[in-house]
Design a protein around this ligand. Sequence first.
Ligand SMILES: C[S@@+](CC[C@H](N)C(=O)[O-])C[C@H]1O[C@@H](n2cnc3c(N)ncnc32)[C@H](O)[C@@H]1O
Ligand code: SF4
Length: 368
Amino acid sequence: MSDFEFEDSNSGSFARFLSNGCVSCQKGAKMVLFVTGRCYRDCFYCPLSDERKDRDVVFANERPVYLDEDILEEAESMNAEGTGITGGEPLLESGSVLHYISLLKSRFGPGHHIHLYTSIPADNDMIQKLAAAGLDEIRFHPPTEMWESLVGSDFEASIRTAQAAGISAGIEIPALPNAVDVAVFAKKIDCFLNLNELEFSENNADAMKEHGFSLIDNESNAVFGSREIARQAYEVGGKINFCASRYKDAVQLRLRLIRTAVSSARPFDEITADGTIIYGKLKIQSVFLNDFATFLEDLEVPAEAYEILDPDGNSDDFAVVETAAGIAEELAEIFREDEISDFGEVQFWLFERYPFSNGFVVESSRIY
Ligand SMILES: C[S@@+](CC[C@H](N)C(=O)[O-])C[C@H]1O[C@@H](n2cnc3c(N)ncnc32)[C@H](O)[C@@H]1O
Ligand code: SF4
C-alpha cells in the first residue's frame, strides 16, 4: 500500500491512499471476475445489466465462463497482474469464490493480487477460509441505512477480523450523501475508503431520477454532485481514494485493452492508442487460395505478415486472408492498377476491432 497525494485534473480522481488492488487496477492490469449476478440486496443505484442481474452467471472480463480454463485464458490474454472478484454478491457463491482464488494463485503464483467486493459482513469462519485461499484484499459495501452507525457493527468486526488474518480490508461505496459519515468511521478504525463516483446505468436510471439524481452532462454517466460529496468526505482525512467515472473509462479500460492487444496481437496487427487493433482483410474464393498464396510469395510478402483463415476448406466458399493494413492497401492498389482478375473477385477491407477473439468491430471499410 502507498501513502501519497494524487489529483488527476483530466478525470477528476483524487486520493491520498491507494490499496495495492487499486494500484494494479489503475494500470489496467486487473482482470474482473464476476461471480453470480444474484444478490440479496436491492440498492436502488445498482448498476448491473439485464444480462447479469439475478442470473447465476460467471464472466472473466467480458468472456462468459463455463470452465476454469476460460478464466485462466482470459487472465493470460491480458497478462493480468491480479483479479478483482465482484458480482452481484460473490459470497452467495462462496465455494466458487474460494475455488477461483486458489485456482488463480496456483496458476499465476502468490504475486497475482486478488481483491473481493462484498456487501456481506463475512463472519470469522469465512474470513479465515478466504485468507487460507490467498485473498489479498477485501472491500465491504455496507447498506446506506447503516452508514451513520457503522461503529460496533458487523462490518467493523469483519474489517478487523480480515486485517488480523492478514487481508488488507476497507470499504468501497458510491459517493452518495452520508459518505462523510463513512469517512469518519474509516478514519476512526484506520481502514481504507474507496469512493466511486456515482454513475447512471441503463438499469438504474429511473430509480436514480426518482431519488433526485441527474447527470453532470450528456457526455458522461457521472451523477451531478457526487464528486463534491467525495470532496467533503476527503476533507475528513484518512485513507481515501475517489475513483472518478471518467478515470475508469478513459484510463483503466484503455490500459486494459492495450495490455490485451500487446499480449495477443499478431505480428501484422497495428495497435492503436485506444487499445484497438487495425488490420487488413481480403475475401477470396477458397478455390483460388493456393494460387493466391504463391502470388504473395512472388511479391515477397513474408509468411508472418498474413494469416489464411479458411475454416471449412470448402472450395465453393470465400476464405479470408488477414494481413497488415498497409499490405492490404498496397495489394488493393496493385489489383486496381493491373486489373488483376486471376483469382476471381477479391475484396479488400480495412478493419478496426477490440483486441479479443471475435472482438467488437469498431469500424470496417471496403477499399477495393
Ligand atoms: C456492483 S457492486 C458488486 C459487488 C457487491 N455487491 C458490492 O456491492 O460491493 C461493485 C461496486 O460497485 C459500486 N457501485 C454500485 N452502484 C454504483 C453506481 N451506481 N455507481 C458507481 N459505483 C457503484 C459499489 O460500491 C461496489 O463497490
Ligand atoms: S449490494 Fe452490490 S450487487 Fe447487490 S444490489 Fe447493491 S450494488 Fe448491486
